[in-house]
Design a protein around this ligand. Sequence first.
Ligand SMILES: *Cc1c(COP(=O)(O)O)cnc(C)c1O
Length: 386
Amino acid sequence: MLEKNTSYIELSKEALQFNVNFLKSEMGENVLISSVVKGNAYGHGIESYIPLAQECGLNHFCVYSAFEAKRVQKSLIENATILIMGYMSEKHIVWAIENNIEFFVSDLVCLKTAINYAKELKSKCLIHLELETGMHRTGIEEECIKEKVLPLLLKEKEYYELKGICTHFAGAEDITNYFRLRKQKESFIRIRNLIHDYGLREKYTHTSCSAAALRFKEMRYNMVRIGILQYGFWPSPEIKIQYLLENGLDYFYLKRIITWKSKIIQVKTTPKGAFIGYGEAYRADAEMCVGIIPVGYANGYSRALSNSGTVLIHNKRALVLGNINMNLMIVDLRNIPEAAVGSEVILIGSQGNSEITVASFGELSNQLNYELLTRLPIDIPRNVVE
Ligand SMILES: *Cc1c(COP(=O)(O)O)cnc(C)c1O
């Protein structure tokens, strides 16, 4: 059989169980943890991740699209709630109503469409009102809530269940957004109170992503939407430091679930002074031994890691030389004489006492954790390990 893939992903059950236990004890019994699995479960692979997450005690999943919701639905091993946070076309809304899938209502058109189809289907739509509180992205404005949404909701009570009232913070992982977020909290409380004044009550109130859930305890209400933390990564270094300081800890590690591996396909010696790879991005200052790895930016390894990424081979670090190519990268083997064709290469993960944490690339960009993970191609095989 022809092999389609040049790299492999492993998901650690033990690591996920550790992270879930941490999140549950941190958030407390009364706060439901919704596992955010958009972006193909942050690259972990929805089809492999969902059954694993359920085995580890997660049963509420947030996705971005109806397409992802369907993939989650097919992967479930027991009942769970699925909540779509993003844009929905009319067809998506019909499908969601027919399948008891919950969804964010972020504008009046969506609400009207949902209620109309619920009537037609003699059913109920399961909605979460997303409030605009200052992110200025999706979400219903206060004016519109007052003038349009509330009258409609009061009139059409048989056709919906108000599963949630929610909002999203504009960058809770970054302290420089402090004032903006404080305003968002005030707006959220005010608009939610307004809705309550009209006698409506939601089942879940949720505002917090990973960073906010750790930073703003008062905004956890009875549900948080946790993405990056469950996968074992901190939203930003400052959130980690704040957590350590608040808890009087010198260190605390979440456990990375993902390991991403490949193999060396060629080893060669390049002459002193040679440029390695495309252009002049790297010049060998001596004769040197290099290894070729069949993973490039088309395979999910960010080009931003040109001349700066590291991989593990035989428990040692090897630096990426020159530019990341579309399907290949070249690494420095000068300190790894044991390296040979077929040697295992760790792109993310640990080997011996060394580890590539993704966050070690974090100096380049805080967002690289999210970006690198979600860009891991959908067709890399993902296997669960105990
Ligand atoms: C992605 C997302 C989250 C999760 O964010 P993390 O920082 O990964 O925890 C929560 N809420 C919404 C609306 C999102 O889009």
